[in-house]
Design a protein around this ligand. Structure first.
Ligand code: WTA
Length: 630
């Protein structure tokens, strides 16, 4: 790549970056992996601990149900903790945490291991066994990380529900996963107020029959009702003699399930993406190591929420597998003032910051004076994820936060992929707005409607051509949907649901979702979920949701509502409906705008044509409306 001239605006790695980069010749690794995919991943896997070696790196005999490291015995939590406490990492900080109110907690690898062992014993004492599902519902607090690791340690399957979701979303996820235990915080702090998570959970639990025990984490200390025989305080159980360091680790198969994570997709209910111990471990370990080029003394901060895949892979698992120090912050970037983040970077000497374009755009709005008041010179590397980053935000991030010194790792991936797929590494020349090229061993393409690769700079469907270890294994309880949704449009290829183009240098530019997913502030929501929340209001007959461009959020939710006969279209009702969606789904799903309409464009078979609504809202002529009924 060095002697090739790239087209467009390029940011080449500085000598300083090249000097410290773990891999200077990224192309070499890429071509090695291309020639020997299994050899590449086997080498990465060998850096981790296996109780028994794998027989096969990749088993594609049941494709698209690919399996990785089959026959291998391991445990991801063992690799995150036990492996390190036997080394010089024992007393190194694993997790640093700041609460919204400014409190600070830290855990060495030893301390995180000890708390995880205790938590694992508590779960076992409640009868949780290998394979049982455990739902976790709380804010960004250390107990969430420890709870996830405790589940993994005993082979239970965690299902984290984002703390910003509410009753309906939680209920649906408890029910679908048939969880035995719910771990919930009494409440969460949000911009100086509290969110009553436990009482939301109590509502959701009324209809979730499988939950036998509820473990309550004290965070806000506000009074919560406790149901005798079902609800228990975590801190009380953690003080009992059963909760000690003596906790055997469950040795699991590489292909045993590690977690479910619900995400929105094309049509219908959210689906549970299933990831397993072995392949997911290797994928997150390796991508974190190379892309963030993690170094022994680094303090790394991923500002996402553990309730989403970014937090699973790159707050919890990737950093801990690498023996890194991970920082987590409970609150919002601008609370109480827009310098909260910059203040913490300065205070803790953060070296790597990984966040979403929406946060960058939101902070940009307050101007440069806020970050300029702080010493950000500890930063070495920046990261972006969740949605396309517009070049303007990229350059601001690069210049104002990174002071022109820090390369930006724009990482494209999904809940389903588990790990980075299109991403640079520090030594790779960058183009603002492009995630550059696929990670070693990952082959991707862009296809037209007929499944043929498109020419350079043409838009098409983004697909993945080769299997990768951290790939989802199935949709829990719905293997048919796994096949139909991801592997059927272009047989043999994994369909990402995104559209993209590739330039003459092979750099990928993500355009956005082509299905019914709306990315709001980087959060992934489905039109169907928003619509069903609206329709659950007694005044609503029908509803349609679309995403329209928004300066800060990337996309904003716009909805069209047909009211039931005889109901008056009032301003008051509009507000009530917005509040209703927020109550049912969570504040992130609250529509930006609701428009009352008398009809919706539909196909002859009765499907709402959101495409037509979107084109109209943008003042464009809708293309291809042959099947439009009205
Ligand atoms: C979008 C988040 C552009 C994309 C990790 C993808 C991105 C969806 C990027 C997955 C990026 C994620 N540039 N778009 N760097 N990263 N996306 O499952 O549309 O919450 O399909 O995973 O986010 O969202 P998910």
């Amino acid at each position: 790549m060095a002697n090739k001239t790239l087209k467009g605006e390029i940011f080449y790695p500085s000598d300083e970056v090249l000097a410290s980069a773990r891999v200077r010749d990224w192309e070499k690794i890429r071509s090695e992996a291309e020639h020997d995919l299994q050899g590449f991943w086997a080498k990465e896997a060998a850096e981790l601990h296996w109780f028994a070696p794998w027989e096969k790196v990749l088993d594609d005999s049941k494709k698209p149900f690919y399996q990785w490291f089959t026959g291998g015995k391991t445990n991801i939590a063992y690799n995150c903790l036990d492996r390190h406490i036997k080394t010089a990492h024992r007393n190194k900080l694993a997790l640093m945490w700041e609460g919204e109110k400014g409190e600070f907690q830290s855990f060495s690898y030893y301390a995180l291991w000890r708390e995880t062992c205790k938590f694992a014993n508590v779960l076992r004492s409640l009868g949780v066994q290998k394979g049982d599902r455990v739902t976790l519902y709380m804010g960004r607090i250390p107990e969430l990380v420890i709870g996830m690791l405790a589940c993994a340690r005993i082979g239970a399957v965690h299902s984290v529900v984002y703390g910003g979701f509410t009753v309906e979303a939680l209920h649906e996820r408890l029910e679908d996963s048939q969880s035995k235990v719910l771990i919930v915080a009494d409440g969460a702090y949000q911009r100086g107020k509290t969110v009553p998570l436990k009482s939301i959970a109590d509502d959701a639990l009324q209809r979730a029959a499988t939950v036998e025990s509820v473990l309550v984490v004290k965070r806000t200390g506000e009074p919560v009702p406790m149901e005798p025989g079902r609800d228990m305080w975590l801190h009380e159980l953690m003080n009992l003699p059963i909760a000690n360091n003596q906790s055997s680790v469950e040795i699991v198969d590489a292909e045993d399930p590690l977690f479910l994570l619900y995400t929105s997709g094309t049509t219908g209910r959210p689906k549970a993406i299933l990831h397993t111990h072995g392949g997911y471990m290797v994928g997150t370990y390796s991508t974190f190591k190379y892309v963030f080029d993690i170094q022994e003394e680094d303090r790394y901060w991923c500002a996402a929420d553990p309730g989403w895949i970014t937090g699973h892979s790159y707050i919890v698992y990737g950093p801990l597998l690498n023996g890194a120090t991970s920082f987590m912050y409970e609150g919002a970037p601008t609370f109480p003032f827009p310098n909260r983040w910059w203040q913490m970077i300065e205070r803790y000497g953060i070296n790597i910051l990984y966040t979403a374009p929406t946060a960058i755009r939101g902070l940009m709005r307050f101007g440069e004076a806020w970050p300029n008041r702080h010493d950000l010179s500890s930063l070495r590397l920046l990261g972006s994820v969740g949605e396309p980053i517009n070049p303007e935000a990229w350059k601001w991030y690069h210049r104002v936060i990174g002071k022109g010194r820090c390369p930006i790792m724009d990482t494209w991936w999904q809940t389903e992929t588990g790990m980075f797929m299109v991403t640079p590494a520090p030594a790779v020349p960058l183009k603002p707005g492009s995630g550059t090229r696929p990670f070693p061993g990952v082959e991707m393409d862009i296809l037209n409607e007929d499944g043929k690769p498109v020419a350079a700079n043409e838009e098409g469907y983004l697909v993945i051509k080769t299997p990768w270890p951290a790939m989802m294994r199935t949709i829990y309880n719905d293997p048919d949907r796994y096949v139909s949704q991801y592997w059927s449009k272009f047989p043999g290829y994994y369909l990402t649901g995104d559209s993209a183009r590739r330039d003459e240098d092979g750099y990928y530019w993500i355009i956005g979702r082509v299905d019914d997913v709306i990315k709001v502030s980087g959060y992934r929501l489905g039109t169907a979920e928003i619509e069903s929340a609206l329709v659950s209001h007694p005044a609503v007959a029908e509803a349609a949701a679309i995403g329209l461009p928004h300066e800060i959020k990337g996309n904003a939710i716009h909805t069209y509502v047909i009211l039931k006969a005889g109901i008056e279209k009032t301003e008051k009702l509009l507000e009530e409906l917005r509040a209703h969606v927020s109550h049912e789904m969570g504040p992130i799903a609250k529509p930006e705008q609701i428009t009352f309409v008398d009809s919706l464009p539909k196909t002859r078979s009765g499907k709402i044509m959101r495409r037509v609504l979107k084109a109209r809202a943008l003042g464009q002529e809708p293309k291809d409306i042959m099947t439009l009924e009205d």
